[in-house]
Design a protein around this ligand. Structure first.
Ligand code: SF4
Ligand code: SF4
Length: 195
């Protein structure tokens, strides 16, 4: 029978892969013509410091090789299928953000999608985020039910993000986003009007 942590690693990794595929599809038109490289080795290093992310990488990206000079970055992009530090999702550059700035709902949905991985790991152990846990013995102290609740909220919000970015939005979708983060004040009035 699988241990609690193994179950969490599995479910988290599957969720992250779906999120990543969607994020890549959404960002590709911008990133493919951009000369800037956003990846930094000190971001990549978080994966190696976090005992949970190390487990995710072992399970989903076992063949990926970390280099001291380039981290997980290769000539064809990031080598990881899952196990990225939350910061890799949190960064939304202006090219991408501005593309939806005229539509408060889609703008808000994009911001929520950038915070889903962060949300899953919040307060995993006391006030510590999941990626801040660096000792294997501490990982066993994570409350699996609380973790699963957050993961479920992120999965539901992810589906809402997909709907909204595809041009379909419902009151339930907006409510799912509210559970992750409040809308930015600039969009707040318009979004409340839709509820
Ligand atoms: S995220 Fe933005 S800045 Fe970074 S490569 Fe893509 S388009 Fe360029
Ligand atoms: S996307 Fe991959 S290569 Fe880029 S900073 Fe994150 S872990 Fe490193």
């Amino acid at each position: 029978m699988k241990s609690d942590i193994t179950r969490l690693v599995d479910r988290y990794g599957h969720f992250e892969q779906r999120l990543r595929q969607h994020t890549e599809r959404w960002c590709r038109p911008f990133c493919s013509v951009c000369r800037h490289v956003c990846c930094r080795v000190h971001f990549c290093v978080e994966t190696r410091e976090s005992v949970f992310l190390r487990r995710v990488v072992k399970r989903f990206s076992d063949r990926s090789v970390f280099s001291l000079s380039h981290g997980w970055l290769t000539a064809t992009g990031c080598a990881l299928a899952a196990g990225h530090p939350p910061v890799c999702y949190e960064f939304l550059c202006r090219h991408i953000s501005d593309a939806v700035s005229g539509d408060p709902c889609r703008h808000y949905a994009l911001q929520v999608s950038s915070l889903l991985i962060t949300h899953v790991g919040r307060r995993a152990l006391g006030g510590r985020h999941l990626v801040e846990i660096t000792r294997a013995s501490d990982l066993n102290r994570v409350n699996p039910d609380r973790f699963m609740n957050r993961l479920r909220e992120a999965e539901i919000a992810f589906q809402a993000v997909v709907d909204i970015l595809d041009g379909r939005s419902s009151k339930a979708d907006i409510q799912a986003l509210f559970r992750i983060v409040r809308p930015p004040w600039t969009d707040d009035q318009e979004i409340r009007r839709l509820m």
